[in-house]
Design a protein. Structure first.
Length: 128
């Protein structure tokens, strides 16, 4: 099993705390970052296997964060899952451009979330 650390980056503190509770119940160590400006820096300190990333945030949006994680000076191999309420198939190419691995569309069940995170292990063996 890969790194069971998950970073949640979302400016909605209530939603992020709910995600954290679901993940903790399923054995994941989590950290929540509500400040998009601090998210990239926090990834380096926490070293997660997966980042759950909201797209619509103030100051730096999820695309900016994903781009910095994937193509920044440290070139993180973290698995990036965006969480959004407004996904369209046309967005998939944009997600790839920014280094986003998967999209989880709201509303979703806790089971869908866990399955997508656990699927990251099969898709990116270098995260171990």
């Amino acid at each position: 099993m890969f790194n069971k650390r998950v970073m949640i980056v979302d400016d909605d503190a209530v939603f992020a705390d709910e995600l954290k509770d679901v993940l903790a119940f399923n054995g994941y160590e989590t950290i929540v970052e509500n400040d998009s400006m601090m998210a990239v820096k926090s990834v380096g300190h926490f070293n997660p296997g997966v980042v759950l990333l909201d797209i619509n945030m103030p100051i730096k949006n999820g695309f900016d964060i994903a781009n910095a994680l994937r193509y920044g000076e440290k070139n993180s191999k973290v698995f990036i899952i965006v969480i959004t309420g407004s996904h369209k198939p046309a967005y998939d190419q944009i997600f790839k451009m920014y280094g986003i691995d998967r999209c989880l569309q709201k509303p979703f069940s806790p089971e869908e979330l866990i399955a997508m995170i656990e699927g990251a292990d099969e898709l990116t063996p270098d995260l171990k």
